[in-house]
Design a binder for this molecule. Structure first.
Ligand SMILES: Cc1ncc(COP(=O)(O)O)c(C=O)c1O
Length: 449
């Protein structure tokens, strides 16, 4: 498939998906009814893409030297080294907020934020169901009840129009998830929160540099939480952060994440104003993060330019429906590139078979999240001694009856995703993705049944 020659810079600076779509002229098949020319790789034909994809994570030699130098100091924890604090300052600047607290992980950032905002045993927290398990586990860890708000399958995100119906007199917070880096319509979430006096914690664990109405995702609620786990666009093996402009809240977060100590206190007795635990980030994590921050803008631009190419070209293939940005969303972080696979347009080919066929063509992809609201651990929690004490039988019965999420169920059967490192490929790599999917479409009859 021949690509018109354009430079990466041209692609990045092009204003819209439409503009990019016309600059890159991969020949799209006519999707004819005639016999397909090429045999699918899954059926023994040649694969479309036969080269490695970009590896992740990546690092440079200066990072290796910094780690070795720090190792030799023996100052490995935040209590006697400066790197965690340096990272917090740099991340707060990057996000445009007053404060950042580095944590051991995204999960611990979420646990601490909810606790610091006052979420308590017996409360209810509204949460997105299309997400990683941590988004609702952290609600259980605070002894509260996760209440799932249905997903808009077009945006992959919490449907704000469904929020109010799920609020009860026990609801204290909303936890929208910017899944895959796609910004949630936060004005609508915040409006519902203000009306009912609820706190908002953004799960931005996949959304570094995502943008909504001119602001960074994670700065739009009471607190925003990030993950720096190994696969993430800003990786450190493990790690997390809470950001906010609320100084008192951030002081509370600091105490909770540091065994309950007030900021600056080192005493081991009687100076603990609040119950807490040890959720501190290590110096090694902070050093890795600071070196990774040197590439974050460049990588984000490449992912975005490639995503725009895919947006423009994939939507031309029948049955392939790329994500839609929510109102107000300006930029995804593209931790994954998601689209929906509409089986009936492929003559009934099952999504899993499509995924296998695409993998066989040399394009790694996966099926996204399952219906997490039906996760077995949830029933275990609801049936536990503690939850039976905290919530009435009538409330738990109602919870089960209302835990019906058609939008989310639909998405869970249709979603297909490419991980962020795939989006770091070349323009021609993106062309191979498009070509491979178009090839599968042309050969769909050979996969059906
Ligand atoms: C949406 C979401 N929330 C929370 C987390 C938890 O982050 P961590 O793995 O750093 O604890 C993750 C991590 O994958 C995530 O993707």
């Amino acid at each position: 498939m021949a690509a018109k020659k354009i430079t990466r810079r041209q692609a990045i600076t092009a204003a819209s998906a439409g503009a990019i779509g016309t600059m890159v002229n991969w020949t799209m098949p006519a999707f004819s009814a005639g016999a397909p020319q090429e045999k699918l790789a899954i059926n023994g034909g040649a694969r479309v893409h036969d080269a490695p994809w970009p590896q992740w994570p990546v690092w440079d030699q200066s990072a290796e030297k910094n780690i070795t130098d720090m190792l030799r100091t023996g100052k490995w924890w935040r209590g006697n080294g400066e790197y965690v604090v340096d990272f917090e300052q740099r991340y707060a600047e990057l996000m445009g907020v007053k404060r950042c607290l580095a944590t051991a992980s995204g999960t611990t950032a979420l646990i601490v934020s909810l606790k610091a905002l006052g979420v308590d045993a017996g409360d209810e927290v509204l949460v997105s169901p299309y997400t990683f398990i941590a988004s609702y586990n952290v609600i259980f860890m605070n002894k509260a009840l996760p209440v799932f708000v249905d997903t808009d399958p077009e945006t992959f995100l919490m449907d704000p129009s469904k929020i109010e119906a799920r609020i009860t007199d026990r609801t204290t917070a909303i936890l929208p998830v910017h899944i895959y880096g796609l910004p949630v319509d936060m004005d609508s979430v915040n409006a519902a929160a203000q009306k009912h006096n609820l706190k908002v914690v953004e799960d931005a664990c996949q959304a570094w540099l995502g943008q909504y109405k001119g602001k960074k995702v994670g700065t739009l609620g009471d607190a925003g939480c990030f993950s720096f786990q190994n696969s993430k666009n800003l990786p450190a093996g493990e790690g997390g952060a809470i950001i906010s402009n609320n100084e008192a809240l951030m002081d509370r977060c600091h105490s909770i994440h540091n065994c309950g100590r007030s900021i600056g206190a080192v005493s081991r007795t009687s100076a603990y104003p609040i119950a807490g635990a040890n959720f501190r980030m290590q110096q090694f994590q902070a050093l890795i993060l600071m070196s990774q921050m040197n590439r974050i803008f460049r990588d984000a631009d490449i992912r975005m330019a490639n995503a725009m190419l895919l947006d423009a070209k994939l939507k031309e293939i029948p049955g392939i429906v790329p994500y839609k940005l929510a109102p107000g969303a300006e930029r995804s972080a593209y931790h994954f590139y998601p689209f929906r696979f509409i089986s009936k347009e492929f003559d009934g080919v099952a999504r899993d078979k499509f995924i296998k066929a695409l993998n066989a063509e040399g394009v790694p992809c996966s099926s996204g999240y399952g219906p997490q609201n039906k996760d077995g651990l949830i029933e275990d929690m609801l049936n536990s001694r503690g939850y039976k004490r905290l919530f009435s039988e009538a409330r738990l019965k109602q919870w089960r009856e209302e835990n019906v999420l058609p939008g989310n169920d639909k998405l869970c059967t249709e979603a297909v995703t490419f991980s962020q490192n795939i989006l770091l490929g070349s323009i021609n790599d993106m062309g191979d993705i498009v070509k491979a999917i178009a090839k599968i479409y042309e050969n769909r009859k050979s996969l059906a049944g």
